[in-house]
Write a protein that binds this ligand. Structure first.
Ligand SMILES: NC(=O)c1ccc[n+]([C@@H]2O[C@H](COP(=O)([O-])OP(=O)(O)OC[C@H]3O[C@@H](n4cnc5c(N)ncnc54)[C@H](OP(=O)(O)O)[C@@H]3O)[C@@H](O)[C@H]2O)c1
Length: 318
């Protein structure tokens, strides 16, 4: 065989090997773990993926939620008890998953669990800040670490449910934004670390989605308000109230959680997934406005949009 023929044969062999690897990836049982699947986006994603042929481990904390998921699911769905802040539960969940996917590895992990803790930065109880970061950031990293060996085995994908709030920071949600900006940063670092292993990492960035998170946010805010000093109440009370009313309206106008579930499925199956998926026109508009406007102008736009006062419109009297 001449050198030219040998080179062509080697190239053809390489293409065949790549094609066969692609086929293997698509013929396997596609197992996915989703944290925080008791409701909202996590539940919609778990039910959609199970319906469409994935084997889904759906994360829950309360037994009643596990039973509800099984009752509603069509397809293969196994509830997986995992509070992302509990190292024992994270370990046990990872053991169960790695045993179930032995030989094949894990197709995808959707780090979806999350809570909102609103409140002005000045009077946010530090323990609340720690809890916010523990659930939305540290917990996601702990679950990712525990499942990475299985993900590496399958050249799988990590989807981090960040938020438009991981790109744009609004007043009175500083702790939540810190957690989501942090998760965006971890997504970028991890994606760049895992590139040689062909494990991809995507951030999913929804705008307003109609889920229970908005009611949970208001309950959390009631707690923060009740712990505020009279002085903090005087300084921030009215504005916090306006911000919460705005949040209620955004929740009411939010998209159906299945809109995000569809994006989750796309990110899990695309041949070349995008590093970021923005979901919703509101999220796209906010990211664009922040990019094109000078920072102070964007500050004013955000505050006006939230029904908050203009700069210097109050004098400090205490
Ligand atoms: N809704 C939106 O507008 C929106 C927009 C952008 C991003 N997101 C993000 O999307 C994700 C899902 O939110 P959602 O709107 O679907 O809210 P949701 O309906 O309140 O669901 C949150 C899920 O997280 C779970 N969870 C809370 N703490 C947990 C913990 N320590 N360990 C494990 N699971 C825990 C909850 O379980 P329990 O029922 O047991 O508490 C629930 O299943 C969150 O990360 C959120 O930040 C939401």
């Amino acid at each position: 065989m001449g050198a030219r023929t040998a080179a062509i044969a080697a190239l053809a062999g390489g293409s065949l090997a790549i094609a066969s690897l692609e086929r293997t990836r698509f013929r396997r049982v596609r197992t996915v773990v989703i944290t925080g699947a008791s409701g909202g986006i996590g539940r919609a994603s778990a039910l959609r993926l199970a319906r469409n042929g994935f084997r889904v481990f759906a994360g829950y904390r309360k037994e009643a939620d596990a039973a509800g998921l099984v009752a509603e699911a069509t397809g293969e769905l196994e509830p997986l008890r995992v509070d992302v802040t509990d190292p024992g539960q994270v370990d046990a969940a990872a053991r169960r998953v790695s045993e179930a996917v032995a030989g094949q590895g894990l197709w995808g992990l959707v780090n979806n669990a999350g809570i909102p803790i609103p409140g002005p930065v000045e009077s946010l109880p530090i323990d609340d800040l720690r809890r916010q970061l523990e659930v939305n950031l540290v917990g996601q990293i702990a679950v990712t670490q525990a499942l990475l060996p299985s993900l590496r085995q399958a050249r799988g994908r990590v989807l981090n449910m960040t938020s438009v709030g991981g790109r744009v920071a609004t007043p009175f949600m500083g702790a939540y934004h810190a957690s989501k900006f942090g998760l965006e940063a971890i997504s970028d670092s991890l994606r760049r670390e895992l590139t040689p292993l062909d494990v991809d990492v995507c951030a999913i960035e929804p705008g307003s989605i109609a889920t229970a998170i908005w009611d949970r946010g208001r309950e959390q805010a009631d707690g923060v308000i009740s712990e505020m000093s009279p002085e903090a109440g005087e300084v921030y009370g009215a504005e916090l109230g306006a911000a919460l009313r705005m949040a209620t309206r955004m929740g009411e106008r939010g998209l159906d959680p299945d809109r995000v579930a569809r994006v989750v499925e796309r990110a899990l199956t695309a041949r070349r997934p995008r590093p970021r998926y923005v979901v919703g026109a509101d999220a796209r508009a906010m990211i664009l406005a922040q990019r094109v406007l000078p920072t102070r102008a964007f500050d004013r736009l955000l505050r006006r949009g939230m029904g908050l006062r203009r700069r210097g419109s109050r004098t400090y009297t205490s």
